[in-house]
Design a binder for this molecule. Sequence first.
Ligand code: IMP
Ligand code: MG
Length: 200
Amino acid sequence: MTTTLYDPRLESVLLEPEDIQHIVIRIAENIAVELPRLDAPLNVVGLLKGAVFFTTDLARALSDLGIDVRLDFIRTSTYKTGIKKTGETVRNVSISNLSGSYAGEQVLLVDDILDQGFTLSAVKNFFLDEQKASQVKTCVFMSKKLTNPSEEVRALRASFRVDYCGMEAPDRWVVGYGLDISDEFRALPYIAIAREECFR
Ligand code: IMP
Ligand code: MG
């Protein structure tokens, strides 16, 4: 399938739906190899809203590989709406919609994209330190290769490594497959690079 972009605010297609599907299956296989025989369910916890499609696709791919998956979603907010300004650092990550306790549980946190790293590192710390999960693994569909990170972000990205990552993304704003700009473009079945100048 070759997607045609009709919205002039989108520059190019980064991944077609079938590319996305292949990446999800590859990640699920990597996870299944590392977590071969769990004697307890794997709590797959997606970060809303961005990771909604990736989390459900990954959960089904893991189930297909025989993993006993419990699915949950939490809400995090780091950016309010729109695009971060270059060099901006976001520290306040608020977590809501937690449905139960994860004490002693095995958790796989799933997010759409690792950018500066604040969101997922904060959520991981929350599940380990406050929820007392026994193990917390992290998974992102994409990780941005930052071209000009601040010292703080560079240090965070160096110290916080995700366990599973589908692919490296360019340091651009990407949309589709859950990723948005002010809630727009989320439901696109492909991932596209946005023209950031159209949203300033
Ligand atoms: P971080 O805390 O800087 O790693 O930001 C990660 C969060 O920012 C992700 O959960 C996304 O919701 C959002 N985000 C970062 N980059 C993009 C992007 O290019 N498109 C859409 N959302 C993004
Ligand atoms: Mg997000």
